[in-house]
Ligand binder design. Structure first.
Ligand SMILES: Nc1ncnc2c1ncn2[C@@H]1O[C@H](COP(=O)(O)OP(=O)(O)OP(=O)(O)O)[C@@H](O)[C@H]1O
Ligand SMILES: [Mg+2]
Length: 309
């Protein structure tokens, strides 16, 4: 559906986006995951035709959008990172304004606004002024504005930043529901959990570049898919470490403060072995914590830093 090829964008001497390429397939929720300043907003602003790239191509359904950006705008729905609403107008009036921009009028517009209010869960509050809305409600009406013209591709830039958990869950479920009804979605976030919950395929960005991409499974495979098991015992010494290291299936071991971390596969079997060894060794286990590999571990592995500083 969308092919992004060798995209570059510089602002003066800041290289915001560098050699970014990816493909979004029809019907998927595609994730762009990266920390602050990674270049996510710059990338999707170019796809949204807000400004052209310094270099590169963006092909939407076979059409190079740079040739005539206006031509494809009504196929795209864009939810910007910064909320774009008139605070003194009601939710209804805001949607009405955006509906007019997309050429909707009269009974058709009214019907569509009611549908949107339903989709974003603001039915009871749609006539209230936007400045009386909570942060989460503003985000939801912002999403609604991008849906009015039934776009084929919905582009969402960090739509859950700074809102309450209830609105956040509502937004995540709305994304899944829209996707179920056939909408293709690009979802940008620095929350690993959201991308994990929503996206079939993911591009991880850092400092303007794509550092890894693929399905979640493929990304986790990049770090060999090892699970981390952290054990806290009453006392740790080198011989206990040595003894755990020799368990078959333990791939690596490291000790930090009073916790031994083991990396391995087949966690169920490993856990039983570990507990057996530690107790036979005469130590008391205070806690065991199992961490399955996730996108956060992939990011940490590739960049040496956490997604959120
Ligand atoms: N209009 C601009 N002028 C100058 N520099 C910019 C501009 N827009 C973005 N940048 C710079 O480009 C880089 C990438 O920014 P971008 O907003 O794309 O990151 P992001 O991944 O969306 O981050 P965040 O999670 O904070 O929204 C940053 O270094 C940023 O300061
Ligand atoms: Mg951004």
């Amino acid at each position: 559906m969308l092919v992004v090829e060798d995209l570059y964008k510089s602002f003066g001497n800041i290289q915001a986006v560098e050699d970014v390429s990816f493909e979004v397939k029809k019907g998927e929720v595609f994730g762009l995951l990266g920390p602050n300043g990674a270049g996510k907003s710059t990338t999707i602003s170019m796809i949204s035709t807000l400004f052209p790239p310094t270099k590169g191509n963006i092909i939407f359904e076979g059409y190079n959008i740079l040739d005539n950006p206006k031509k494809i705008r009504n196929k795209l729905g864009v939810v910007p990172q910064d909320i774009a609403l008139y605070p003194t107008l009601s939710g209804y009036e805001n949607l009405s304004f955006w509906g007019n921009v997309y050429g909707l009028k009269g009974a058709e517009l009214k019907k569509r606004i009611n549908e949107i209010a339903d989709i974003v869960g603001l039915n009871g509050r749609i006539k209230d002024k936007v400045d009386k809305y909570s942060g989460g409600m503003k985000r939801r009406i912002n999403i609604g504005a991008a849906l009015l013209h039934k776009p084929d591709l919905l582009i969402m830039d960090e739509p859950t930043v700074g809102i309450d958990p209830q609105s956040r869950n509502h937004i995540l479920d709305t994304v899944l529901e829209l996707n179920k009804q056939g909408m293709t979605i690009i979802y940008t976030s620095h929350y690993m959990e959201e991308v994990e919950y929503l996206c079939s395929r993911v591009c991880i960005m850092d400092e303007g570049k794509i550092i890894a991409s693929g399905t979640q499974h493929e990304l986790v495979e990049l770090i060999n898919g090892k699970t981390q098991i952290n054990i806290k015992t009453d006392k740790i010494d080198e011989s206990l470490e040595e003894c755990l290291k020799n368990i078959s299936g333990v791939y690596a071991i490291k000790t930090m403060d009073d916790i031994i971390s083991l990396y391995g596969e087949n966690v169920d079997i490993l856990l039983a072995e570990i507990i057996d060894k530690v107790t036979k060794y005469g130590r008391r286990i205070e806690s065991i914590d199992v961490k399955k590999p996730n996108l956060e571990s992939v990011f940490l592995h590739l960049t040496g830093k956490a997604l959120r500083d």
